[in-house]
Design a protein around this ligand. Structure first.
Ligand SMILES: Cc1cc2nc3c(=O)[nH]c(=O)nc-3n(C[C@H](O)[C@H](O)[C@H](O)COP(=O)(O)OP(=O)(O)OC[C@H]3O[C@@H](n4cnc5c(N)ncnc54)[C@H](O)[C@@H]3O)c2cc1C
Length: 386
């Protein structure tokens, strides 16, 4: 997006990427539907971002969800709004959009160079790249870095750039996983029977946040898109106290009174598991989780059991390793940037995207902000005069 904006301003643009092809994370994001933006009311949309600076808000005000949709439509890709308001390309995948976008960039004069790993600057201020043909040095009037966060490193975003910028005196915030799964110390017994099994249609709560969906029991703990909106709260709890508490409502569609009555009406001679299966209508995975959390002894009294099933406390020990997170916060601090996203310590060098210190839940917010920052930095870099 930065390249496109710079080309529009009349600049000559070359794009360099370390990987053998560009936009691998963008393509991966499209694997289960490229959620490129969100059609909710603008004020609500902008309130989703967690950035320690108002500049991000200004950038999204200048290029928001409607602009993203129009831009995508302009590339011949129709958009589709899901029932939740999320915006996708109608074909869901990212590849047709990327193909059309790259073709337009090439036609507009952008030159693409892959397998070019940027390694910093030499003594004369030239950019240094490692390539299969050896080192390449080149000079540019201005530079835009859009090097991504520090997760899914196999797609290119390994965060190694942070050391290069730190060495140049750029202020950085430590990377943190965001929109991620969490570690739970499950028993061997639960994992032997239920690793990979989904807890269907549960409601998750942490602090004041809650979300509903399926949650998968993994070897490490729990993984689910429904966890992502809670991840900032869970991470804060872990940071403050060393662990966090996730509440799982196994029956979000059954109110407490109804559940208590159903449990109270069960045959008292019934085993605990049969009562959970017949009266509470829990499946095997949910029953296994109840037994795991209660150490095989769920509350016997109907009211206590109903309350337990509607707020099962799961102790979270840590986030999954950062490389597995959907996104990361941290990176270039806002104090290191001027109002045009230029690094104060490195005149002529601009930044955009996930490499800057901001955070948002999934739902199209991440890509929208990256595109907005790309557009702003491209425009500014093209008009940079030394
Ligand atoms: C599985 C998955 C699903 C996702 N789904 C969604 C979604 O549906 N909606 C949404 O909004 N967001 C989604 N995201 C997040 C979104 O993809 C990212 O926030 C976004 O791609 C970040 O864009 P970026 O341009 O800042 O960085 P990236 O897309 O990470 O691109 C950075 C580029 O920099 C290159 N690079 C890094 N270091 C160097 C170097 N030294 N030299 C040269 N090149 C270098 C990398 O190779 C890479 O191509 C998803 C992420 C994942 C992992």
């Amino acid at each position: 997006m930065a390249a496109e904006a710079a080309l529009k301003e009349g600049a000559q643009v070359s794009i360099y990427d370390a990987m053998p092809s560009v936009a691998r994370k963008f393509l991966m994001a499209g694997k289960s539907g490229l959620n490129i933006s969100h059609s909710e009311e603008e004020k609500l949309f902008r309130s989703r971002y967690r950035a320690p600076d108002a500049r991000l808000d200004g950038l999204i005000a200048a290029f928001g969800p409607g602009d993203v949709e129009r831009w995508m439509n302009g590339l011949g890709i129709e958009s589709f709004r899901g029932s939740s308001g999320r915006v996708f390309p109608v074909m869901m995948k990212a590849s047709p959009l990327l193909r059309a976008w790259l073709a337009r960039l090439r036609t507009s004069g952008a030159r693409l160079h892959v397998r070019h790993r940027w390694q910093g600057w030499d003594e004369a201020g030239a950019l240094v790249f490692a390539t299969p043909e050896g080192e390449v040095r080149l000079e540019a009037d201005s530079v835009i870095l859009a090097l991504g966060g520090a997760s899914w490193s196999r797609l290119g975003s390994d965060g190694a750039w942070a050391q290069l910028l730190a060495a140049m005196g750029v202020e950085l915030a430590p990377f943190q996983p965001s929109n991620c799964g969490f570690e739970v110390a499950w028993s061997k017994r639960l994992l032997d029977g239920f690793e990979g099994a989904p807890l269907k249609g549960v409601k998750l709560s942490a602090g004041r946040q809650s979300a509903q969906g399926d949650v998968v029991i993994t070897k490490r703990g729990v993984e689910s898109g429904a966890l992502y909106p809670l991840s900032a709260d869970l991470l804060r709890q872990i940071e403050d106290t060393g662990s966090a508490s996730l509440e799982i409502d196994l029956l979000p569609d059954v109110d407490m009174g109804t559940l208590r009555r159903r449990l109270a009406a069960a045959n008292p001679k019934e085993s605990s598991s049969n009562r959970l299966r017949k009266a509470a209508r829990l499946d095997r995975t949910k029953i296994a989780l109840v037994n795991e959390i209660s150490r095989g002894a769920p509350p016997a009294e109907a009211g206590d059991l109903a309350a337990f099933l509607k707020a099962l406390p799961v102790r979270i020990d840590a986030p999954v390793p950062m490389d597995e997170a959907i996104s990361t916060s941290g990176g270039v601090s806002w104090d290191a940037l001027d109002d045009r996203l230029m690094l104060k310590a490195l005149p002529g060098v601009y930044c955009a995207g996930e490499m800057i210190d901001w955070d948002a839940p999934t739902g199209g917010y991440l890509l929208t902000a990256c595109l907005a920052m790309g557009r702003a930095s491209g425009k500014a870099a093209a008009n940079h005069h030394i």
